[in-house]
Design a protein around this ligand. Structure first.
Ligand code: FAD
Length: 279
């Protein structure tokens, strides 16, 4: 396998303190050794982390790495979305992760704004042409609010055909779901690269909580095995590293165009997996 030829990217979330910002700078330095295509930074829907995301994106660009801000459009007016995109363009950003996002509890959807990510993709394409590389989200195990598997696939296809350049998936631990998803969307005329999103497992309890809300399934055998280790975090990490590395290896060998790591602002596990894969 020649992992070196596959694309690689790492995702961060905005930090809240100067210490956090400093720590993330060190994390990014460690991950830069793998020559990633870009670093991305998440953003809270409704503009809740706007300043933090802007700061992180500015830091990444200043270090000379391409930066991809996530832009969840829900809860924003069209004018606010355009103004943010103008700011990113002025900063030198060429890559956007275009998302709907989830409406924060207690907040309205923002009636004058965009309802779904396909509308955001259209807006970016219409207003900015090919300035931005548009990345969209994909759900091999289907979006948690999907009314049916088929409808979810159709919604993804519409979003891709609206002008997306590539997609990053929600994390999963079942490679077959990814391959089936890619086959299905390709069968419906979508040719863009679909990059698997990889979540290394640091804490089993956190992962289960997170997975319940975002609809990612932890296979029963893995869940029971990890549970059996109880508080033995070293054993959990060792098994999880093997399982995730093996899955990445299979994904790359069987045609995935690259990997996107959900780093949770930590370099350790993502680095170990990349090293084991030969990046
Ligand atoms: P959409 O593609 O709009 O889909 C949302 C739901 O609506 C799906 O069920 C879909 O089937 C349905 N749908 C889509 N289009 C239509 C339509 N035209 N008519 C009817 N139904 C439709 N969230 C954040 O808040 N901040 C982030 O930084 C962030 N980063 C992410 C990065 C990645 C790689 C991924 C996979 C997810 C990320 N998320 C983030 C989570 C994401 O915002 C949520 O999963 C959100 O619920 C859906 O966003 P989307 O862009 O996939 O939405």
């Amino acid at each position: 396998m020649s992992a070196a030829k596959k694309t690689l990217s790492f995702e961060f979330f905005p930090t809240r303190t100067p210490e956090g910002r400093e720590k993330q700078t060190v994390t990014r330095k460690q991950l830069r050794q793998f020559a990633p295509e870009f670093f991305s930074c998440t953003s809270g829907a409704g503009g809740s982390t706007r300043e933090g995301t802007l700061q992180t994106i500015a830091d990444i660009l200043a270090e000379g790495t391409p930066a991809a801000p996530h832009l969840p459009c829900i809860g924003m007016t069209v004018e606010e979305v355009k103004s943010l995109l103008d700011t990113y363009k002025e900063m030198g950003v060429r890559h956007i992760v275009a998302l709907r996002g989830d409406i924060p509890s207690g907040m309205g959807a923002g009636g004058s704004g965009l309802r779904y990510a396909n509308e955001l993709v259209e807006l970016i394409k219409n207003e900015y042409g090919s300035h931005f590389h548009i990345e969209i989200a994909a759900y091999p195990e289907y979006h948690p609010q999907a009314r049916s598997a088929d409808e979810d696939i159709e919604n993804f296809v519409r979003k891709a055909k609206a002008g997306a350049d590539s997609a990053i998936t929600q994390y999963f631990y079942n490679a077959d779901a990814y391959f089936r998803f890619v086959d299905e969307v390709q069968g419906r005329g979508v040719a863009i690269p679909v990059i698997p999103g990889i979540m290394p497992i640091a804490s089993f309890s956190k992962l289960t909580r997170f997975s319940d809300t975002c609809g990612a399934e932890i296979p029963r055998w893995l869940r029971l095995k990890l549970q059996s280790y109880a508080d033995d975090t070293a054993a959990i990490k060792a098994l999880a590293l093997d399982v995730v590395t093996e899955m990445c290896s299979r994904l790359l060998e069987q045609g995935a165009p690259g990997l996107h790591f959900y780093t949770m602002n930590q370099a350790g596990l993502s680095s170990t997996i990349c090293q084991r894969l030969g990046y």
